[in-house]
Design a protein around this ligand. Structure first.
Ligand code: HDL
Ligand code: ZN
Length: 418
């Protein structure tokens, strides 16, 4: 590292500008998304119709338009986008984070966000060169790499892995365990496993995951868990975590990401927009970290009420890395609160954000909105340092910001430094 004393700053105004610039420019690894590279064909989503029918906006549509979910689902994709556009962007002001995100995307792509004409916007998205468009979006968002969400139990997806050779190196895999850990009965039946998680079943599952890991080369394993996840419970999920996931994590040195607090299907009529949130029990995370000190855990909670205790848990377990402001928390007011309590309790030893992007261009708004909020929180911490008599250098700021936006993740999952 350069001389850490280089370019020391003692003026608050200069310091604020410097922090804003460094955070705005730092390349980031987006460590949880639902994006796919172009090689995955229809799974790789982009364009204004996909952006407007994002489930965040669909949920908001039903609060503003007379249309019922059934009527909406019977429309074609572009008709759904027409309804969303008219209701949330023409008849109402796009003030929600998800709606404002569309405006940020349009503006960043040089498309006038003041138009009501969705067809004119559609014309701009008819980019002849998809690969160039991917490069442009990654560049605007300052995203160097993304981690996907890959379901080893989805035969459509695994078929693509089998026939697709070299993947776009910017896309890394993550092995998602939801179908095994949250729907074991169905998965056991579908894949002819013994529901009772016998020794034979454990061996079969371990070998299945060894093959999937060899094929996908994931950076970590992950699962989303309900708010009532209880690691002390004597159930199939915990048996599978202890007998299959933990040994696999050890053998392949793969961290396990727990995403806790989702209540699936609170309103099934809204389909992917129908999930809700519940406060999780931090004891279960503490238990799994304590039981497996040689395994690394990434963790994010969906409830705002879990955030402070997640910071406290991370102070107790160095094998626990809190990450992101997930889903319903991915709003400036809450990102600010969460980032500030993380800086106060954890210094720079956490991963401030992931995008959860499902549609390519969402990288643009999710990262530009978050960078602004993280920079403000980080500046306030540096300002307190200044007021305490300690000046800070640009080299130190760059070191800290690089850790937050990529270094902590790279080191935690063992991804080589570029
Ligand atoms: O389970 C998850 O990974 C969640 O992120 C869900 O996919 C959710 O629907 C989502 O997209 N949140 O942003
Ligand atoms: Zn997600």
């Amino acid at each position: 590292m350069e001389n850490p004393q280089a370019n020391r700053i003692s003026d608050p105004i200069e310091l604020r500008q410097c922090v804003q610039n460094i955070v705005a420019e730092v390349p980031t690894i987006d460590m949880h998304t639902h994006l796919y590279p172009l090689e995955f064909g229809g799974l790789s989503l982009s364009g204004i119709d996909e952006l407007l029918t994002y489930h965040y906006l669909v949920a908001e549509l039903f609060r503003s338009a007379a249309i019922t979910p059934e009527e909406f689902w019977n429309l074609k994709k572009h008709e759904q986008a027409d309804v969303v556009w008219r209701s949330l962007f023409v008849e109402n002001t796009p003030l929600s984070e998800a709606a404002l995100g569309i405006i940020t995307i349009l503006n960043s792509l040089g498309i006038d966000p003041n138009t009501d004409d969705l067809d004119a916007i559609r014309d701009h998205f008819r980019s002849p060169n998809k690969a160039e468009h991917v490069n442009r979006v990654f560049e605007i968002a300052r995203v160097s790499e993304v981690v996907m969400t890959n379901d080893p139990f989805d035969s459509a997806e695994t078929a693509i892995w089998d026939k697709t050779g070299k993947l776009d190196r910017r896309f890394h895999a993550a092995l998602r365990m939801d179908r095994m850990l949250n729907d074991w009965k169905t998965t056991a039946r579908e894949f002819s496993y013994d529901e009772n998680v016998s020794g034979k079943t454990v061996t079969k599952l371990r070998s299945f995951f060894d093959d999937q890991i060899a094929s996908m080369k994931p950076l970590y394993m992950a699962v989303s868990l309900p708010d009532d996840f209880d690691h002390a419970a004597k159930d199939a999920r915990n048996l599978l975590i202890r007998e299959v996931v933990m040994p696999t994590a050890r053998e392949h040195s793969l961290p396990f990401a727990l995403m806790v607090g989702v209540r699936r299907g609170v309103n099934p009529a809204l389909r992917s927009a129908g999930d809700g949130v519940g406060k999780g029990d931090m004891r279960s995370l503490e238990m799994i970290c304590a039981e497996n000190p040689d395994v690394k855990f990434l963790a994010t909670y969906l409830s705002r009420e879990n955030q402070h205790e997640l910071c406290v848990a991370a102070r107790k377990f160095s094998n626990l890395m809190p990450f992101g402001c997930w889903w319903f928390l991915n709003n400036p007011s809450i990102i600010s609160e969460i980032t500030r309590e993380r800086l106060e309790l954890l210094g720079t030893s956490f991963i401030p954000q992931h995008s959860d992007a499902r549609v390519l261009e969402q990288l643009i708004y999710k990262w530009s909105h978050s960078r602004r909020v993280v920079a403000a929180a980080l500046y306030d911490s540096y300002e307190r340092l200044l007021l305490a008599g300690r000046v800070i250098s640009t080299v130190e700021i760059e070191r800290d910001v690089t850790k937050l936006f990529s270094g902590n993740f790279r080191n935690f999952v063992g991804l080589g430094l570029v």
